[in-house]
Each structure stands twice: as C-alpha cells, then as structure tokens.
Design a protein around this ligand. Sequence first.
Ligand SMILES: [Zn+2]
Length: 300
Amino acid sequence: MPRSITPYRGRFAPSPTGPLHFGSLVAALGSYLDARQNKGAWLLRIENTDPPREQKGASALILKTLEAYHLFWDEAVLYQSQRQAIYEDHCQQLLSNDLAFYCSCSRSQLGGSGEIYPGYCRHHKTPHKSETAIRFKVTAESVCFQDQIQGPYCQHLHREVGDFIIKRKDKLYAYQLAVVCDDHLQGITHIVRGMDLLDNTPRQIALYHAFAYSAPIYSHLPLIVNNDGGKLSKQNLAEPISLTATRATLLYALAALKLQPPAELQTNSLDDILLWANNNWDKSKLSNIQHSICPTQIPQ
Ligand SMILES: [Zn+2]
C-alpha cells in the first residue's frame, strides 16, 4: 500500500532507566500530538532490552505518569524484554544473507569505544568463541533521509560509524536492531522523537534496507538541554516530572514545542488544553531548532 493511504501509526518508546523527566515529556507530547492531529494511533513501547540498566518500578511509573498527563495510548503496551526470539531471528536472517558477522574482538583490540570498527572479523560466519558479538556490515555509501523537522540528513556509515553491534557479547540485543524490528512489526509509519537520536537514524534506515522493510517518516524534536547546554537525561539525574502539578508542567512542555495556548484556556482541564494543542500543532515552527533550554520554573 502506498504510504499516503497507509493509516498513521506513531509511538513513544521510553527506556525504563528512571522516571520521565521534562525532556521525555516533550518527546512524548510531540509524538502524541503528531499522531492525534493525523487521526493516527499512538502506541507505547517500553524499551527494556538492557535489564542491568532498568530501574525497578520505572516502567509502571512511566505508564502512570503518561496517564496523569492524559496522554492515553492505543493498544497493549509492548515490552522489548519479551521479544528476544524476534530479535534473534532477525540477527540470523542478516547472518545468513552475509549482512552481519560474528565479532570476537576484545575492547583492547579495538582501541576504545570511540574508534570506528576496523573490520577485523568481517568474514566470520561462525562464532569463534562463546563470547561473541554480532555486527551489521555497513556499506560504503551515504545513507540520507529527509527529516520532517531538521531537514535533509546524511551519514556515511562506513566512514563515520563503522560496522555496528546488533547483538552484544553479553547476549543483549542492541537498541538499533530492536527498535527497527519493533517499529516495523508494529506497523509504525511515523517516528517523532528527540534530536539525540538523529544520528542513529541512518543506522536504522540501513537495517530497514537490509530487511527489505520500508522505513518510516522521521521527525526529530529539539532536545531539551540544561543551562550548560547538556542533555537532560536519567543518567544526569534530571528531575522526574510532577504527577500532581500536571497542568503547569504541560504548559511548559507545550511552550518547548512552540505552542502557547491562549490565556483563557490555561486554567482549563488537561483535555481542553490537549485538544487545543492538537488543533494547533505545527511542526514547521520547530524547523531546524535543535535545542530548547529547560525552564527552571517547572513545578516539582
Ligand atoms: Zn571483530
């Protein structure tokens, strides 16, 4: 079916490494508004492929927080931790098509995490030892796409990224692989997410091509940063958003998306404000904006 008549399906896909912070609320809201304005479905997926990084209770708290903001999702929540067999099948498919290989290089052989993989194991079709990662074989060409907010974006995977890991030595599946499998299998047509994932997108598009899946349409929202320009993240202990002062927090999140409800609406219910936001959501106002400073007045 051509994309134009495929029903819109969007999603929000947080990792349960901690409670939602202001930056994650803005990402949730942007994807929600884009889906709802397009009369589409909005799905929720918990990206918990990495149990050691998962915080106990965080998944339940994320669901509770979205409900407190009246960001109600469609369909059942998908948990990546339950989808190992699907990811394994996809790895095997790439291996058998010679689009992936087993890599047994040690960290010291690779000279640190910032280095581009030198291709030592590119011809390994069988694992050499029990602790073996699987890497995707990138091609020597640029992967380009048209981001609906940030404009055209290209990356030369071979030069800039190298053959990347899809299954780690510790048997955990990498984000790049899991996100592509799930977005495809959930029929996601539009991905709206934070700018921090813009430079991951060409890797994901390369995987879509390798599986002969059609890639979704991407929009990368401005990243919410602190006063020093650093990313708000669960790792730097960004404050969890309030479960009670939801209206004030929502108004700040809308402002980060260049949405300013009229004064008389600002004391109305969350649903009234969200309906107004739905009718007024306009991605073009965010064109080429890469960062937005986190307001310090957000209620705790
Ligand atoms: Zn290797």
